[in-house]
Design a protein around this ligand. Sequence first.
Ligand code: WTA
Length: 670
Amino acid sequence: MSHDTPGSTATAAATSQQGDALENLLHENRKFAPSEDFAANAVVGAEAYAEAEADRPAFWAKQARELLTWNKDFTQALDWSNPPFAKWFVGGEVNAAYNALDRHVENGLGDRVAIYFEGEPGDTRSYTYAELTEEVKKAANAFESLGVAKGDRVAVYLPMIPEAVITLLACARIGAVHSVVFGGFSSDALRSRIEDAQAKLVVTADGTYRRGKPSALKSAVDEALANDGHTVQNVVVVKRNGQDVDWHAGRDHWWADTVEAASAEHTAVGHDSEHPLFILYTSGTTGKPKGILHTTGGFLTQTAYTHKAVFDLHPETDVYWCTADVGWVTGHSYVAYAPLINGATQVMYEGTPDSPHQGRWWEIVQKYKVSILYTAPTAIRTFMKWGRDIPDKYDLSSIRVLGSVGEPINPEAWMWYRDVIGGSGGKKNPAPIVDTWWQTETGAQMIAPLPGVTATKPGSAQVPLPGIAVDVVDENGVSVPNGHGGFLVIREPWPAMLRGIWGDPERFKETYWSRFEAMYFAGDGAKKDEDGDIWLLGRVDDVMNISGHRLSTTEIESALVSHPAVAEAAVVGAADETTGQAVVAFVILRGDAVDSGDEIVQDLRNHVGKEIGPIAKPKTILVVPELPKTRSGKIMRRLLKDVAEGRDVGDATTLADNTVMAQIAASLKK
Ligand code: WTA
């Protein structure tokens, strides 16, 4: 029996078209060279490639010294004597918060706006560099007074409000390791992350606003901490929407009473270049999310360099807006760190693009004269669906660079982005688009055009950045020639690379370094076109990409089978017109469970929402009598994907029971 949730029927049709389009798009021959004017004023020119090629570590050492102020200079750019464990800028000492804040104030930029904040209900706040520095110093003092010391972990469960950035920088300042958990994850997901990192402090808010309504956050923290067995001693709570919260005296503290009341005097000391900066959990191919570990000097260097080079940042005049939530890596690298390290002015928005109306983003661009916009293809496709007359109502002429991240951007969306947003008002030279490929693990952008150098091509992320050695290889690890596809790998260590998986060095080696000899395996399929430009073709493992958010099929399967009515579950990411992929689950009910139709489906969706978070709720759940398995018992997700995407089922000869697909088809027809 099939139970669709609203909106899932368009999926199948869109998909087969996408399949056909794939071959065409790889022969994309439209190219857009930078305008003369843009190229002449670009911050980084073509010489960067040659310079990096000549001596990669020396190139990065130069960036590290130019972009950061070190308390103690480093003695060696890269120590790669024990791969895959890299050390960058060995012996150096640096403070992330000092670099993001204090030094700009010392350099006379204290009055420059660091953050323009726009709350969903329309409240606004702005912080100059001087003001933000003061807030971070207070937070650093407050966290220290709550017993947080260098090396301790701090879990952060906050909405997109300035306090999120303040918290991250305050942790970095004192050498505490932040572990942000996206506000859309459930209390169970929060609990497992708090426990894995053994956090000492949690920073949260009473709630936030979502589509015009207040939503709660603190209650999830209370649930996550309800049982013993965790290491949390204190919880700091930002009052965001004033809703009622349960209060645990002694453990809970209002931000206003601790942070706002703290001293604004705080000296930043240098931390070792390899001191842990943060942990960020991300979905892998097994059930349990991995705590990706990043350290200080290399991360700051590469994020700052790429932010400057890829967005052509002119910090005196640009207004930069990255729409990512701080709960994801993009919100770490390109909201909390790089823009501030580079002394930029940025916009931060709390809410959804349709609150209170579908022109909200463009209203924000117009209001703050945003010149660099960085967002995800899923958002662009949503705006396409809403129609160009909405952005056309606003003055978007300030925009001069457009960024894309998180998933492949299809050429149609790319062209729409360029024409409608980048060419708004009939601009002679529409803003260049930089499609940036990278991952939580890479810490910073790895493949992207340089807007003043590269002739951009709709749909392709194109070229490795200077100082980055990316390749596409076949299954034996041999580099493929142009015009061929394979697996995306990284051949040389890079400054912002993950330093490991929290508490599990073996898993780090095994996940990323065992598939190919001496290469980092990204988990993405890719192709080189005739020009040698790289096209990303999506994940080749069990990781899905839903609206640019990473989710693992096995994680959702585990959530489903933890429901008493479910015997077995298989999850696939099916192509979706708007969200890139959508979660489709196939479940076998237990013998004694009743297939109550929509009711059981709703129940299972809510169960996944509780176990992982609303973002993981399957769009479609199909109750089936059997699952296709190989003789060794492995579920053949490929076949289920064919079903979910409405295609004829591919080669099923390796199935243990070759009648299974027919049974599934029959049950879905009913
Ligand atoms: C995908 C997000 C195509 C890719 C920064 C990668 C992309 C995963 C792009 C990482 C892009 C990211 N084109 N695919 N420009 N950017 N991806 O860790 O599959 O949330 O492996 O990091 O997103 O997702 P993550």
